[in-house]
Design a protein around this ligand. Structure first.
Ligand code: PNW
Length: 475
């Protein structure tokens, strides 16, 4: 099939994505409580590469109207963003007061989006846990937080569920568990990895956190389906971060097995309980008692708890056995092929190289393995050294355009040639923004943000995406 014949399904959602802490700023305004990212970024010595915080970010809490106008100018029909839990319930807990000002902010925002013809896709949790819950009982380490999250979700369904038809419970539980509680480079900065024994990771925190995240997703979805879906009619699911893992040498049994173990650990850790009803056997055997167990009642709620497969994906890796740690299935991953060539174009962050065929293969694998419609909720690229360029140079983001050209083509092929049921594509991100531990030095936006003036400058990639969608949307 030639490129111009390939179309997107008629109900396809095409848009851009952001997250509350990365863009909002105004972290003490209108009754918002502190989140673990506020306290983490203000720690000394600074844990963020450039010593920055999300205190101002892209100032989107105040500039939301012009951000919606920008979105509209990009021709999208949807927008994925997240709600800040501590704006809604400043102390986070199920018995803590609800902040009406926080609700008003998101209500106004969503009404304006809908008026602009843009469908909201709302993430409930993109990493900004109310700090009080962390102090009160260790946040996600404690089962109490599951009930707090379900209550927070209920407040959101009540407040805006009439306008929101697509809900994502959690964004990337692997990153939360491993970077937040294993390596300690993300909030809340707990590092079980430092205490790792020769036999493996002795500390079970990342697996406890992920277990509670899965439960909180499942119980929030159950509540939505029982109390809101009948009248509001939306769908709810979870978003997982996925890398396409390929055997390093193509076909040796050791590398094939290592790649599968990496997939089980990065994806199956969360997807298998949710879509199949049990943890992957490779995790059960390698982790032993460190992997918590679901009770029969719990697993009945977890199994089938996601209406779709929410997919964030940026890259692919070649995999060999050996090395690594329990968080990736004890394998070695890389971008260099046996013949010394690289998989693709290197991004500004070490973990990302472009490799469009890996995206197509991943979509096929997920469709075959989990059999659920796939919502691509993030995909994007950070151009190397973009932070060192002048604005006119930076907005000529050729590497990002190449990346999107390759990945959108792979998407069209997965849908039209392979028959994979893909229902959305959200590019990351609408704006350059606070890139977590990397601060503002890493830019993923299709819009350049001048952090001195907060002025926005559309990059070439925004134009590419707009034209691509125009060309391929269902007529
Ligand atoms: C995602 N990795 O995070 C997040 O959902 C976004 O908030 C973030 O800005 C975006 O991707 C770009 O990084 C990731 O190390 C962070 O493999 C790190 C990794 C993957 C995704």
């Amino acid at each position: 099939m030639t490129n111009d014949k390939m179309k997107l399904p008629s109900d396809f959602m095409f848009g851009l994505a952001t997250a509350s802490y990365q863009i909002e700023g105004s972290t003490t305004a209108s009754g918002r409580g502190p989140s673990i990212w506020d306290t983490f970024t203000h720690k000394k010595p600074f844990p963020i590469a450039d010593g920055s915080t999300g205190d101002n970010a892209t100032d989107s809490f105040r500039r939301w109207k012009s951000d919606i106008a920008l979105l509209k100018s990009y021709g999208v029909n949807s927008y994925r963003f997240s709600i800040s839990w501590s704006r809604i319930i400043p102390n986070g807990g199920r018995n803590d007061p609800v902040n009406q000002e926080g609700i008003r902010f998101y209500r106004d925002f969503i009404e304006e989006l809908v008026k602009a013809g843009i469908k909201p896709c709302v993430t409930l949790y993109h990493w900004d846990l109310p700090h009080t819950l962390h102090d009160r009982y260790g946040g996600w380490l404690n089962r109490e937080t599951v009930d707090d999250f379900v209550h927070y979700a209920k407040v959101c369904f009540q407040a805006v569920g009439d306008l929101v038809k697509h809900w994502i419970t959690h964004n990337e539980p692997w990153i939360i568990s491993v970077l937040g509680y294993g390596y300690g480079i993300f909030a809340p900065g707990r590092s079980s990895n430092r205490e790792r024994s020769a036999e493996g990771d002795s500390n079970a925190e990342p697996w406890i956190v992920s277990h509670n995240l899965i439960l909180s997703h499942a119980y929030a979805a159950k509540l939505y389906r029982e109390e809101f879906k009948p009248t509001q009619g939306g769908s709810i699911g979870i978003t997982l971060d996925c890398v396409w893992y390929m055997p390093y040498d193509g076909d040796s049994p050791e590398c094939v097995q290592a790649a599968q173990r990496a997939l089980d650990t990065r994806i199956g850790w969360f997807a298998d309980p949710i879509y199949k009803g049990h943890y992957p056997s490779s995790l059960v055997s390698s982790l032993g008692d460190r992997l918590p167990k679901f009770t029969p009642e719990e697993i009945a709620v977890v199994h089938g708890s996601s209406d779709f497969f929410g997919l964030n994906t940026y890259t692919s890796n070649l995999v060999r056995p050996g090395g690594g740690d329990d968080f990736n299935g004890k394998v070695t991953t890389g971008f260099v092929r046996p013949d010394g060539t690289q998989l693709g174009t290197q991004a500004h962050v070490s973990w990302l190289q472009s490799y469009p065929p890996g995206f197509r293969a991943l979509l096929n694998y997920l469709w075959k393995t989990y059999n659920k419609p796939i919502y691509v909720t993030e995909n994007g690229f950070a151009v190397k050294d973009e932070n060192k360029l002048s604005i006119p140079e930076a907005i000529n983001d050729v590497d990002r355009v190449d990346y999107y050209r390759g990945y959108t083509q792979a998407l069209l092929e997965a849908i039209n040639v392979d028959g994979v049921d893909v229902k959305s594509y959200f590019a990351w991100s609408l704006l350059d923004n606070f890139e977590w531990a990397d601060g503002y030095g890493v830019r993923f936006g299709v819009t350049y943000v001048d952090y001195d003036t907060q002025e926005r400058f559309p990059k070439k990639s925004s134009r590419f995406l707009k034209e691509w969608y125009e060309e391929h949307k269902a007529s």
